[in-house]
Design a protein around this ligand. Structure first.
Ligand SMILES: C=C1C[C@]23C[C@H]1CC[C@H]2[C@]1(C)CCC[C@@](C)(C(=O)O)[C@H]1[C@@H]3C(=O)O
Ligand SMILES: O=C(O)CCC(=O)C(=O)O
Ligand SMILES: [Fe+2]
Length: 364
């Protein structure tokens, strides 16, 4: 992915009221937003009921999550044990950061080859189909109690210490929530309840803030383009603006904002780990001309060196291996250096692995 010669600088404060949209932000006709998409019916899972051990609640939660993950990979989690003030503060801190002048935000500028830091769109990574968003991403490693706050202090200085401490805490809260959800998925898959939880205990995840400025041509642009998450499990909190859409049965559907719940979706790595029992599904974020939108996203990822191999209970004559063995570290590198995550990342990755088998073995 060669960067453009003269990358545009996406300054949200200027672009949000601009009617003259640079062509790099105009998406191809077949990917432009659709009008009046229907709402997706997504089950609300009572996580606390499952964790309480109540047999009726556990059975209901496992049944609902199994159906959803086999079909479109999205579900909502309620009774999650996370105090609403945490989500509220998450958005307040994000809004404070993104309302800063661009040169302030660029103190944490994401460097070429880095997955973390501030990015105003990805004009240095791509030259077409540019996402109408700014992002701030952190690395979170379970067990490292200051990785996020250290990064913030190093990149943005002492005055953002409270900001860094907050997202350190938020990331730890999401990591713990993710492991509880992994227990539920282990149960719904009918495998050892601890298998997935153990696989992700030492997770090496990505905490990301997505900020979508207003856009005066919301019918031409996309906040985040159509993609499947290459990661394992996504825990997303929407504000009350709405814009997340999922492609089910070939049609885009909206997921209505509900700030009391977290939106959960399966990513490619977990789809491979479940030998395709649970689906990683195409989704995107649309923008609007009236209000900016923020989503707070925790991408659960395993240790980068762990080999992703489904448990034997999920491999049989009817379900042969769907994907080759791989590590998340190799897939992450692939999405950052070779192939922008889109609708077909795992297929392109499998082909790339086969073509570069000798090189990848040397890198291991
Ligand atoms: C490993 C990742 C790459 C992206 C962030 C995480 C999981 C989702 C990926 C992404 C959001 C998919 C759409 C394209 C992308 C470039 C984006 O719009 O942000 C992707 C992220 C990335 O490569 O930075
Ligand atoms: O902002 C959203 O609602 C979706 C963002 C997303 O899919 C992502 O960051 O992977
Ligand atoms: Fe996504």
């Amino acid at each position: 992915m060669a960067p453009p010669q003269e990358p545009i600088v996406f300054d949200a404060n200027l672009f949000q009221d601009q009617t003259d949209i640079p062509k790099g932000f105009i998406w191809p006709d077949h990917e432009k937003p659709s009008l009046n998409v229907p709402e997706l019916s997504v089950p609300i899972i009572d996580l606390g009921g499952f964790l309480s051990g109540d047999p009726v609640a556990s059975l209901e939660a496992a049944k609902l999550v199994d159906e959803a993950c086999q079909k479109h990979g999205f579900f909502l989690v309620a009774n999650h044990g996370v105090d609403f003030s945490i989500m509220e503060n998450g958005h307040n801190f994000a809004d404070t950061f993104f309302s800063k002048p661009l040169d302030e935000k660029r103190k944490a500028q994401r460097q070429v080859g880095q997955n973390y830091g501030y990015a105003s769109s990805f004009t240095t990574r791509f030259s077409t189909s540019l996402p109408w968003k700014e992002t701030l991403s952190f690395r979170f490693v379970d067990g490292n109690s200051s990785i996020v706050e250290d990064y913030v202090e190093e990149k943005m200085g002492q005055d953002l210490q409270e900001f860094g401490k907050f997202y350190q805490q938020y990331s730890e809260t999401m990591s713990a929530l993710a492991l509880k959800i992994m227990e539920l998925l282990g149960t719904s898959l009918g495998i050892d309840r601890e298998f997935l939880k153990d696989f992700y205990t030492r997770n090496d995840s990505i905490m990301r803030l997505n900020h979508y400025p207003r856009c005066q041509k919301p019918d031409l642009c996309l906040g985040t383009g159509p993609h499947v998450d290459p990661t394992s499990l996504t825990i997303l909190h929407q504000d009350n603006v709405g814009g997340l859409e999922v492609c089910v049965d070939g049609e885009w559907h909206s997921i209505s904002p509900n700030p009391q719940v977290f939106v959960i979706n399966i990513g490619d790595t977990l789809m491979a780990l479940t030998n395709c029992r649970y689906k990683s599904v195409l989704h995107r974020a649309v923008v609007n001309s009236d209000k900016p939108r923020t989503s707070i996203v925790f991408f659960l990822c395993p240790d980068k060196e762990k080999m992703v191999i489904p448990p034997k209970e999920l491999i049989d004559a009817e379900h042969p291996r769907a994907y080759p063995d791989f590590t998340w570290g190799t897939l992450l590198r692939f999405t950052q250096e070779q192939h922008r995550a889109d609708a077909n990342t795992l297929e392109a990755f499998s082909k790339w692995l086969a073509e570069n088998a000798s090189t990848n073995e040397k890198d291991e």
